[in-house]
Design a protein around this ligand. Structure first.
Ligand code: NAD
Length: 460
C-alpha cells in the first residue's frame, strides 16, 4: 500500500450503486504529494529494469494464484462497489488471475529483440522500458482495466503509478496490494482521487500515460501530454453498430444483441449501441429481441439469477434516461422496457423507429438500451454504421460467408466481429479506430507500446 507522507486532504467514499450505502473509503492523495510519488517511482525504476524480463515474470507469476484464491472475496468487493452481478464480478477476478501466466509469457515473447540483417549491417531492435508509466482507468471493469495496463507496463521494466476511477478505489487498492506483496517497494504505487489527481499525474515527470476512459477526458489528456511530448495510449469510448443481414441466423443474432446491449447494464465500451436489421427479417428479429429482453432480471448483484445490475451513479442513470426520453419525444417507439426504472436501476429497454439524427444513435449511451433501425439497402446500413466519430468495435451477422465478410471489411472500426462479438483471438490487439482510440492494448503491438525501441547496428 502507498504510504502518504503528507496528510491526506480528505477521504474518498466508495458507494454501492445498488443501495447507496458506503462500502468503504480511502485517503485522497494530496495533489502536492504526486511529484514525490513519481520521484519514488523513478528512483525504483533502474533496479526493476535491471532485474530483466525473465525475473520480472517470475516476480509477478504468483499474483495469478493469489487472485484466483481470493476470487470470491475480491469479486464480492467488486460487485458491492461497481454493481455488476456477483457471477460476473468473480469471473472478472478469475479471468485476470487464471490468464496471468499466459499473458506474462506472451509479453516475454513480444519483448524479445528483433534481429535484422542485410549485406552490410546487422541490427538488434531492443524493446527497452520507457521509465515511469501512469495508468488512468475507468470503473466499468475495475480490475481488468488496471490489469490490462499495469501488467505490460511492469513487465517492460517500467515503474507504474495507477490512478483508478474514483468510483471503484477499493478493488483497485486490493489489486495493488496483491501485486505489492510480490513487487519491490515503489515499483507500483496508487493515487486516489478524481480528475484533479489524473491531471496532476499527466503534468508530472512521467514518460507514458496509458489511459482508458471517455473520449472527452482522452482529448484533455492528449492536449496536456503534448506540452511535454509525452507518450500516450488512449482507449476511449464507442458507439458500436451491429448489422443483421437478411440471411442471418435470427436466433443467434437476437441472442447476441440482447447479451451485448445489456451486459454490465450496457456499461461496456464495446456494447452494441446501434442495431441495423434488414427489413425482411426485422419483425422476427425484433420479436426475438423483445422476448429475450423480457427474460432479463434486474437487481442487486447478490440476487440469484440477476443479469442486469444498477448504473454506476446518478449522473450516468440520468444521462441514459434523458437519451431514451428525447428519442421517444422525437418519434422512437418503446418496444420493451421503458418503464419501471427505480433507484439506480434502469429496466432493459428496446427502442424501435430510431433515426440517425437522435442523440441516442450518435452519442455514447453506456446503458441497457437496444436501438433497432431497419434498412432495405445494405450500403446505406454500412454508411450509417460508419457515420460516427467513434470506431471501437462493430459486428455483422449474416449467412453468406463472403458477403458477410465483405460487409465486415467495409466497417470503419478497430475490431469487427462476424457472427460474434468484436474481440479477437488470443494475441490480437484490442484497438480502436478514429476517435475511439490512440494505440492498442494487448497483443504484440500493445505490449510493445510500453517500451522504447532502440536499434543497435553493427557493420558486417
Ligand atoms: P472518465 O473518462 O470519466 O474517467 C476515466 C478515468 O480518467 C478516471 O480515473 C478519472 O478520474 C480520470 N480522468 C477524468 N478526466 C481526466 C483528465 N482530464 N485528466 C486525467 N484523468 C482524468 O471515464 P469513466 O466514466 O470512468 O469510464 C467510462 C468510459 O470509458 C466510457 O466512455 C467507455 O467507453 C470508456 N472505456 C473504454 C474502454 C476501451 O477499451 N476502449 C474500456 C473501458 C471503458
Amino acid at each position: 500500500m502507498t504510504t502518504l507522507t503528507a496528510p491526506p486532504t480528505g477521504t474518498l467514499k466508495s458507494l454501492n450503486p445498488a443501495t447507496g450505502e458506503v462500502v468503504g473509503e480511502v485517503p485522497i492523495t494530496p495533489i502536492g504529494e504526486i511529484p514525490n510519488i513519481v520521484a519514488r517511482a523513478r528512483a525504483a525504476q533502474p533496479a526493476w529494469r535491471n532485474l530483466g524480463l525473465e525475473k520480472r515474470m517470475q516476480t509477478l507469476l504468483p499474483v495469478g494464484t493469489q487472485l484466483v484464491d481470493r476470487a470470491d472475496h475480491l469479486g464480492r468487493l467488486l460487485m458491492r462497489e461497481m454493481g455488476k452481478p456477483l457471477r460476473e464480478a468473480v469471473g472478472e477476478i478469475n479471468h485476470c488471475g487464471e490468464s496471468l501466466e499466459a499473458t506474462l509469457r506472451e509479453i516475454v515473447d513480444a519483448l524479445q529483440p528483433d534481429v535484422l540483417e542485410d549485406d552490410s549491417a546487422k541490427s538488434f531492435v531492443y524493446h527497452d522500458p520507457l521509465g515511469v508509466c501512469v495508468a488512468i482507468t475507468p470503473w466499468n471493469f475495475p480490475l481488468s482495466m488496471p490489469h490490462w495496463m499495469v501488467i505490460p507496463a511492469l513487465m517492460a521494466g517500467n515503474t507504474v503509478v495507477l490512478k483508478p476511477s474514483e468510483e471503484t478505489p477499493l478493488i483497485a487498492q486490493a489489486y495493488v496490494d496483491a501485486l505489492n506483496r510480490a513487487l519491490p517497494k515503489h515499483v507500483l504505487q496508487i493515487v486516489h482521487g478524481a480528475d484533479e489527481q489524473g491531471k496532476a499525474l499527466v503534468q508530472a515527470d512521467v514518460d507514458l500515460i496509458a489511459f482508458t476512459g471517455s473520449r472527452e477526458a482522452g482529448k484533455h489528456i492528449l492536449a496536456a501530454a503534448s506540452t511535454g511530448l509525452k507518450r500516450v495510449i488512449l482507449e476511449l469510448g464507442g458507439k458500436d453498430p451491429m448489422i443483421v443481414l437478411e440471411d442471418a441466423d435470427i436466433g443467434a443474432a437476437a441472442e447476441f444483441a440482447v447479451r451485448n446491449s445489456f451486459r454490465n447494464a450496457g456499461q461496456v465500451c464495446v456494447s452494441t449501441e446501434r442495431i441495423y436489421v434488414a427489413d425482411e427479417i426485422a419483425d422476427k428479429f425484433q420479436a426475438e429481441v423483445v422476448k429475450l429482453t423480457n427474460e432479463q432480471k434486474v437487481g442487486p448483484g447478490t440476487e440469484e439469477g440477476v443479469t442486469v445490475g444498477p448504473m454506476i451513479n446518478r449522473r450516468q442513470r440520468d444521462h441514459v434516461l434523458a437519451q431514451i426520453e428525447d428519442a421517444v419525444k422525437d418519434g422512437a417507439r418503446v418496444i420493451a422496457g421503458g418503464e419501471g426504472h427505480h433507484g439506480g436501476f434502469i429496466m432493459p429497454t428496446v427502442l424501435g423507429d430510431v433515426t440517425h439524427e437522435m442523440d441516442i444513435m450518435r452519442s455514447e449511451t453506456f446503458g441497457p438500451v437496444a436501438c433497432i433501425a431497419r434498412f432495405d439497402d445494405v450500403n446505406e446500413a454500412v454508411r450509417l454504421a460508419n457515420d460516427t466519430p467513434f470506431g471501437l468495435g462493430a459486428v455483422v451477422f449474416g449467412g453468406d460467408e463472403r458477403r458477410t465478410a465483405d460487409v465486415a471489411r467495409r466497417l470503419d472500426a478497430g475490431m469487427i466481429g462476424i457472427n460474434k462479438g468484436c474481440g479477437g483471438a488470443t494475441g490480437s490487439p484490442w484497438v480502436g479506430a478514429k476517435q475511439s482510440g490512440f494505440g492498442y492494448h494487448s497483443g504484440k503491438e500493445g505490449h510493445r507500446q510500453f517500451t522504447q525501441p532502440r536499434v543497435v547496428t553493427v557493420a558486417k
